[in-house]
Design a protein around this ligand. Structure first.
Ligand SMILES: [Zn+2]
Length: 546
């Protein structure tokens, strides 16, 4: 992914404080105490911070305490926990939830074997201390939030279940087991996963709190009587616990909240909004050339599908209309010229399904310039051109790099294998000692150098762009984007800052060599013929302009 801009993370000056002092600092933080008061008053939950030597909460778990630099993340998690808890009928959480909410950085069960790192955030219901243990991760991503929200409901469910006399209850496991659906008949993977999960009581319960899944399961229930029985049973049981869980409540739960909506910004009633783009022979020729060569479909018309993002958070998108015909035309031409140099041996193996050509592409409030969608059963990628200005050289250069950046993500996923030149720790170890990527390297969580990420990390060698410090694959993608456009940038004068850096930064040079090695092996393995323009471009990074 490539964001148009990244907001700096502000953290307190207390970052380097010792751990015990850290917990005290968080406890005294005004924002934290305000939230803690609300949790106490509204949900009857006492917000606590686990200490390393905490006799109570560390009884069954190896706990590491929160540090001041985790405060922002803790507040984020508490914000969406509060939002989830407020969805329950008044008084319900107070009555049915554990009494303590304990925050830690990590929390590993003493009975678990061989797990150095656990998934975070985790929500653990601990009966012995009447607590929900919540871990606050060092890095926050949209996926974490969505998964975390689901876990919170599951933990609450486990607690409610533990408090009722199960055997007499219609929700008893023995009875529930008789209502399982056969998930093998469903066609699509997501539908199968959903049904499988709804076969378990906690899985179905969780589904009710995700409007997307709730609606999907309701659809399944129309043709699958057992699913309908399970849903009715769960809802009826909840109503028996609290009559506020009535029909109106369930209807409201099925409404997708504003902040999770996919919003198309095109005026779809205007069917001629892109008539000129449609009739433009140059644009259409560029589109069809690319489609033919890559085997993908270019999605560019208003009314085309939304870009398929991995999690259901706010997504705003629009396709181009004639109002921005020039921008679209210039980008389409540049895109065709950049993408056509990839040989068929590579494009045919990437199996790209769609290329989304978007104008607006906002994912949770951030503008996205490019996105490789390698998580899809068949990969796709997208460009978002909201900020693109063909009259501005820097804007042209940025988007030209982005075009290749996303291709590298797809290639990384498809062709980089264990033991290869750009794979895993073999690549990571090229970095200076002490450097950790923000995402995906175990050391990142405990490394003080990561705190104010870009600001504190300018000293590190080996990066084409600070954005590459986020995660190894973006390190490669940003570098590759620079390599592929090094002599085209600045209207053909070349990307001088990058080319100069290559001469002095040995790590950057070593990474460049690794990428070239990766491509050379690929050339051999896929028997790509000599003279491929992709390879002349790569080979030309150190030579004269091509
Ligand atoms: Zn990226």
């Amino acid at each position: 992914m490539l964001r148009i801009c990244t907001s700096p993370v502000l953290v307190s000056a207390l970052m380097l404080a010792a751990s015990a002092f850290g917990v005290e600092a968080i406890k005294k933080d005004a924002k934290f105490t305000t939230v803690a008061q609300r949790f106490q008053t509204d949900f009857g939950l006492s917000l606590k911070l686990a200490q390393v030597d905490d006799g109570l909460f560390a009884k069954n778990h190896v706990v590491s305490a929160l540090k001041p630099e985790h405060l922002d993340h803790a507040l984020q998690i508490l914000t969406w926990m509060e939002a989830e808890l407020r969805r329950y009928p008044t008084g319900f959480v107070k009555k049915h939830s554990p009494k303590n909410l304990v925050l830690a950085n990590t929390c590993i069960s003493k009975t678990a074997k061989g797990q150095a790192l656990t998934y975070s955030p985790t929500f653990i219901a601990e009966k012995a201390t009447d607590s929900i243990l919540v871990t606050v991760p060092g890095t926050m991503t949209p996926t974490i939030e969505i998964l975390g929200r689901g876990y919170l409901h599951q933990v609450l469910f486990a607690n409610i279940l533990a408090n009722v006399k199960e055997a007499d209850s219609p929700i008893s496991l023995a009875h529930w087991k008789t209502l399982e659906s056969d998930d093998s008949k469903l066609e699509t993977e997501p539908a199968k996963r959903l049904l499988k999960s709804s076969n378990r009581r906690e899985g179905l319960y969780k589904t009710l709190w995700d409007a997307w899944e709730f609606n999907e399961l309701t659809n399944v229930a129309k043709t699958d009587p057992k699913t309908k029985q399970r849903m009715d049973l769960m809802k009826g049981w909840m109503t028996s616990l609290d009559p506020q869980f009535d029909e109106a409540f369930w209807t409201a739960l099925a409404v997708v909240p504003e902040d999770q909506r996919v919003v198309c910004l095109n005026d779809l009633t205007d069917t001629h909004s892109n008539a000129r783009i449609k009739a433009d022979p140059e644009i259409q020729s560029d589109i069809s050339k690319l489609e033919k060569q890559w085997g993908f479909k270019v999605l560019w018309e208003p009314g085309s599908a939304a870009p398929p993002m991995p999690v259901k958070v706010r997504l705003e998108y629009s396709y181009f209309t004639d109002k921005k015909l020039t921008e679209f035309k210039v980008f389409m031409r540049m895109c065709r010229k950049q993408l056509e140099i990839y040989p068929g041996q590579i494009t045919s193996r990437l199996h790209v399904k769609n290329l989304y050509m978007l104008d607006t592409f906002n994912f949770r409030g951030f503008g996205v310039a490019g996105q490789g969608m390698s998580w899809l059963p068949q990969v796709s990628f997208a460009y978002g051109l909201r900020s693109f200005d063909p009259a501005v050289v820097k804007s042209m250069d940025f988007l030209r790099r982005t075009i290749h950046h996303e291709v590298l993500h797809l290639m990384d996923r498809a062709f980089s294998k264990e033991g290869g030149p750009i794979y895993g720790s073999y690549w990571d170890s090229l970095n200076q000692e002490g450097f950790h990527y923000k995402i995906g390297s175990p050391g990142a969580l405990n490394s003080p150098s990561q705190l104010r990420f870009y600001k504190d990390n300018t000293k590190w060698q080996g990066f084409a762009e600070p954005y590459g410090m986020n995660i190894a694959t973006d390190d490669r993608a940003t570098l590759y984007g620079r390599m592929m456009t090094a002599h085209l940038a600045d209207e053909g004068r070349g990307d001088q800052p990058f080319l100069e850096k290559l001469k002095t930064d040995k790590i950057l040079k070593a990474k460049t060599d690794r990428l070239i090695e990766f491509f050379q092996l690929l050339k051999r393995d896929l028997t790509i013929p000599a003279g491929s323009p992709l390879y002349s471009r790569l080979g030309g990074v150190f030579g004269p302009a091509k």
